[in-house]
Ligand binder design. Structure first.
Ligand code: SAM
Length: 269
């Protein structure tokens, strides 16, 4: 997978040299290229922003520089690619006003051959940039959460890590991603429960006995109960959206004990 990232702070991306993503880059699973937006300015101050039309505080990133940068990165990528490579990337623009970035979107993006991330700063990028490229290729404006960062770089790091760990061969154990919170499938709306390792007793805290039993069925049951308990405690809106058809008798009993009901009309908790 090829990833191009355009930013006025390329140095933000040094974490992509380490750990799982760093190894995936070394192996060639991920081809990450970080570009300095200011390389496409033409004035001595390398200006990338200007005052907003309509007034108001802050500055807005200029469309001309973004247009030149994106055109150049696309032309370079298309020239580098083999005959089967797509002619255009999918463009991702991080913004707090975008659609929420979720595990499902991470899965979808992990199947793309080429992504281009455009990191905004100040009050964001002139909207015409997204409109212009949206006529020729897929452009997604995505938010990593309901809070405002100073720039898109950290949001792009979050997305690249979430996407990158889903690529084939990146995780040591292929099953890790299957058990994750938010993983697709029957456990979709369940958060992962607590996890433990050796020693069996640490500072007086014991590992739940069932995990030491070697009884796979009981362990799976305990994990599911804990996942349900945790989801209800921490994310009741997720728990309420669990498809009742995916619940077994034991789940229903536990939900009754916790006085929690799932299903579209059962949001009371
Ligand atoms: N005025 C903008 C608004 O309220 O929507 C906020 C701009 S923010 C200070 C500057 C940049 O940080 C954005 O263009 C975006 O790239 C990034 N950013 C901030 N919060 C983000 C979030 N929750 N998700 C993704 N990107 C974010």
């Amino acid at each position: 997978m090829r990833l191009d990232i355009v930013s006025i702070f390329p140095e933000y991306f040094s974490p992509l040299d380490v750990s799982l993503i760093g190894k995936a880059r070394e192996r060639g699973t991920l081809d990450v290229r970080v570009h300095q937006l200011r390389d496409w300015t033409h004035d001595v101050h390398k200006t990338v922003d200007d005052t907003p039309y309509g007034g108001g505080p802050g500055m807005v990133m200029k469309p001309e520089v973004w247009g030149e940068a994106i055109d150049a990165v696309i032309a370079e990528g298309a020239a580098d690619g083999d005959d089967e490579a797509p002619a255009a990337p999918r463009i991702i623009v991080p913004t707090p006003s975008g659609r929420p970035f979720t595990q499902e979107i991470a899965q979808e993006l992990a199947a793309e051959p080429w992504l281009l991330f455009a990191c905004g700063r100040y009050e964001g990028i002139d909207s015409r940039v997204m409109r212009e490229y949206g006529t020729r290729m897929r452009v997604d404006e995505l938010s990593i959460g309901d809070y405002v960062l100073a720039g898109g770089e950290v949001a792009v790091l979050v997305m690249v890590e979430a996407i990158g760990r889903l690529l084939p061969g990146v995780l040591g154990n292929v099953h890790s991603a299957v058990d994750d919170s938010f993983a697709p499938g029957a456990m979709r709306n369940l958060l992962e429960g607590p996890v433990f390792t050796k020693p069996p007793v640490w500072r007086g805290h014991e590992v739940p006995e069932v995990l030491l039993s070697g009884h796979h069925g009981k362990i799976a049951r305990w994990r599911r109960d804990e996942a349900l308990r945790r989801t209800i405690a921490n994310r009741p809106e997720l728990a309420a959206a669990i498809d009742p058809a995916t619940l077994d008798k034991h789940d229903r009993k536990l939900l009754e004990e916790l006085a929690f009901r799932v299903g579209p009309e059962d949001m009371a908790h």
